[in-house]
Design a protein around this ligand. Structure first.
Ligand code: FAD
Length: 447
């Protein structure tokens, strides 16, 4: 009992220290245009839907007038509109008004996209990545372009990934030393870090025939693993919706079990704590990691999961029980259980805690410390645009932190942007409560 009390006290102490290390405006990170839009959207579900549909349709619009027409259509469906939106609707009655409204909407969407997307290409992104490195924050680059539909698109995505590894590795050779980012007690940690999506590596993902997608994606992932090994880079495979889970896991391990990858590169997979099956999945992952007998530890990024709405809607349409927890507290408790299991599984794995939730992060840091681990043996990860202040606070506290930074054009980034908007406007999220001014004591309480 007293061990539990001490543990909770340590979690509160870590959380308080991190909150103190963040600037006061961190409680209100959505500035200017998008803050207003998000605040409005949080109040009204139909307005939120209108905003998401606008983001989604922007790249397909032929003209500003066309975009304004869509916006007006979406807003027509919103019952009680705030005065600013009523004024926008009135403007849409004239051609000049529609052009102005379309321009304002495009600027708004671009502004939002730039909060989350670091540049159009890896070369473009270098300056921001180097600035972060100087502040003690690593980066994992993500090339936007999920769910390809043709073989040519998948080839192009793989080429862009290979180019990103080469561009980053060349630049990283000149970065100043940052010991906290470069070594843990198991050995060196690569400076270059790329995250890839399996649905972008093949158009053939079918849950009923996982081997088809796996074999097609393997043709493109294998050369990327070789490139990462040559460049001493880390390659991380993201996890997407449940439809792609089996293909992704099988692909990842079947390649890493090949002899040529026994000594490298450093490679990682993602575990989603919102999945009811995740504890079973974790045991399977640990078992496969053991059997692969690789010389480098498997890296596991623990997340809650970004496709919650999609999984629930999809399951309900089919009349199935959703594969995800339906209570946020269940998901958060499972996240803590998986954190403990993963910390216990070292040195077989290196653990990455990817979350913006101060409770989930403080729990992992406290548990690591109280079980005798060193801070450098835990990596914290945040999303660009959502966790920038948190990343700085973690870096200033001497912890290893990395930002996940998407690169690409607006068109390819729409699905990503919509997911981030859903996260920002969801009522059941840490960031929502944090921005709403909930007391820290409450935010750090056990789920
Ligand atoms: C570096 C990084 C990499 C990431 N990579 C991936 C990835 O590869 N795949 C992926 O899927 N996600 C990924 N994510 C996103 C992640 O899954 C979360 O969506 C996001 O981080 C929000 O979780 P949180 O702990 O920050 O916030 P919190 O506010 O604590 O949690 C929000 C999350 O709780 C869950 N949730 C919300 N409502 C409910 C409910 N009613 N019942 C049950 N659960 C609920 C959802 O998963 C939601 O995203 C990544 C995040 C980061 C920071």
């Amino acid at each position: 009992m007293s061990v539990q009390v001490d543990f909770e006290a340590e979690i509160r102490r870590v959380g308080q220290a991190l909150a103190d290390a963040m600037p006061t405006h961190a409680r209100n990170p959505l500035e200017a245009v998008d803050r207003k839009a998000m605040e409005l959207a949080e109040r009204d579900e139909r307005l939120q839907a209108a905003l998401l549909r606008l983001v989604d349709v922007t790249p397909a619009c032929r003209s500003l007038e066309d975009l304004a027409g869509h916006l007006k259509g979406y807003l027509d469906e919103v019952g009680e509109r705030p005065p600013s939106l009523d004024a926008a609707m009135r403007a849409a009655h004239t051609k000049a008004g529609r052009v102005a409204l379309g321009a304002a909407a495009t600027a708004g969407v671009r502004h939002m996209a730039h909060r989350f997307i670091v540049g159009e290409s890896p070369r473009d992104a270098l300056r921001a990545i180097e600035r972060s490195w100087a502040e003690g924050i690593g980066t994992s680059l993500d090339l936007l372009g999920e769910a390809t539909v043709t073989q040519a698109e998948a080839d192009r995505y793989a080429e862009r990934c290979a180019d990103a590894i080469a561009t980053l590795a060349r630049a990283a050779a000149h970065w100043p030393e940052r010991p906290a980012l470069e070594r843990d007690s198991l050995g060196p940690i690569p400076r270059t870090n790329l995250s890839v999506k399996v649905t972008a590596l093949t158009p053939l993902i079918r849950p009923e025939a996982p081997h088809v997608g796996r074999e097609d994606a393997a043709r493109r992932l294998r050369p990327l693993l070789r490139a990462a090994r040559e460049a001493r880079a880390h390659l991380h495979v993201d996890m997407e919706s449940v439809d792609a889970l089996e293909t992704t896991e099988d692909l990842f391990f079947s390649l890493l079990e090949e002899d040529e990858f026994r000594a490298g590169p450093s490679a990682g997979i993602v575990l989603q704590a919102y999945l009811r099956e995740s504890p079973v999945q974790l045991e399977r992952i640990l078992d496969r990691a053991r059997r692969a007998q690789r010389e480098v530890a498997l890296v596991v990024r623990l997340v809650k999961g970004a496709y919650w709405d999609h999984e629930v809607v999809e399951a309900r349409q089919q009349g199935w029980r959703p594969p995800v927890f339906e209570s946020k507290a269940d998901c958060d408790r499972n996240y803590e259980r998986l954190t403990r299991r993963l910390l216990d599984a070292r040195p077989l794995v290196r653990l990455l805690i990817a979350s913006h939730n101060l409770r989930s992060i403080s729990h992992a840091i406290a548990l690591n410390r109280l079980s005798g681990g060193e801070d450098r043996d835990l990596e914290l990860q945040v999303l660009r645009g959502l966790g920038d202040d948190l990343a700085r606070a973690l870096a200033r506290s001497g912890l290893r932190v990395r930002t996940y930074a998407p690169v690409g054009d607006l068109m390819a980034g729409m699905a990503y942007l919509v997911r981030r908007l859903l996260e920002n406007t969801a009522n059941e999220s840490f960031l929502h409560d944090w921005r709403g001014g909930a007391p820290l004591e409450e935010l750090l309480a056990p789920p």
